[in-house]
Design a protein around this ligand. Structure first.
Ligand code: SF4
Length: 224
């Protein structure tokens, strides 16, 4: 019986200047180290986001210093600040204009839940009611370290994505939407009250049975 060739360990190959990897790892390595954020901010959290790009925290170490002024060239939307209902259509429109694969970080208490303005008639109780959020950052405001941690969390997520198979990410699924209907300002509130494709109210919450949006009528518990 002929002796079978033994596989050469990767370390031995690397010592000879040969690097062995998979197309999937190469693809993910390139994407996770060049996540370019969209250049926009909504309120005080945006100041911390700006600080993250300065020399002290140096977001460039993570390949994400290139904030793009156009959604067409951006991979990451950092929702940093209070999301007023007036701004929601613009945010959804910008999200729609970003090319896949695209990601969203909700930065700060306002972006994830309405924060200190949660009871305000004009403030959305979380941007994840209209667009899919990949990483949530609590805090008011979160410090730059927290944003860097969120970026590293996103990088880990991108790095672990598989290009094929049942658990492949959303942007590789033909049936998964990458654009959503832009909400409008109705008579009393923003309509629809949420995007049922990405969000539903926790079971037992008011309005859960009606699709998770709660009431849009004024004077009935604050609506959204
Ligand atoms: S979470 Fe706090 S710091 Fe951030 S936008 Fe809201 S109020 Fe401002």
């Amino acid at each position: 019986m002929e002796p079978q060739p033994q596989p050469v360990p990767n370390d031995a190959l690397r010592a000879q200047g040969v690097i062995v990897t998979s197309l999937e790892d190469l693809y993910n390595w390139g994407r996770r180290n060049s996540v370019w954020p969209l250049q926009f901010g909504l309120a005080c959290c945006a100041i911390e986001m700006i600080a993250t790009t300065m020399a002290r925290f140096d977001m460039a170490r993570f390949g994400s210093e290139v904030f793009r002024p156009s959604p067409r060239q951006a991979d990451l939307m950092i929702v940093s600040g209070t999301v007023t209902k007036k701004m929601v259509p613009q945010i959804v429109r910008l999200y729609n204009q970003m090319a896949e694969p695209k990601y969203v970080v909700a930065m700060g208490a306002c972006a994830i839940s309405g924060g200190p303005f949660k009871q305000g008639y004009n403030v959305l109780k979380g941007i994840d009611r209209y667009i899919p959020v990949d990483v949530h950052i609590p805090g008011c405001p979160p410090r730059p370290e927290a944003l860097l941690h969120a970026l590293m969390t996103l990088q880990e997520k991108i790095g672990s994505q598989r290009l094929t198979g049942e658990d492949r990410p959303r942007h590789l699924r033909a049936e998964a939407p990458s654009e959503f209907a832009i909400p409008v300002h109705g008579k009393h509130d923003i309509e629809p009250p949420c995007n049922p494709e990405v969000w539903s109210a926790p079971s037992g919450a008011p309005g859960a049975a009606a699709g998770g949006g709660g009431t849009t009528e004024p004077g009935a518990g604050g609506g959204r």
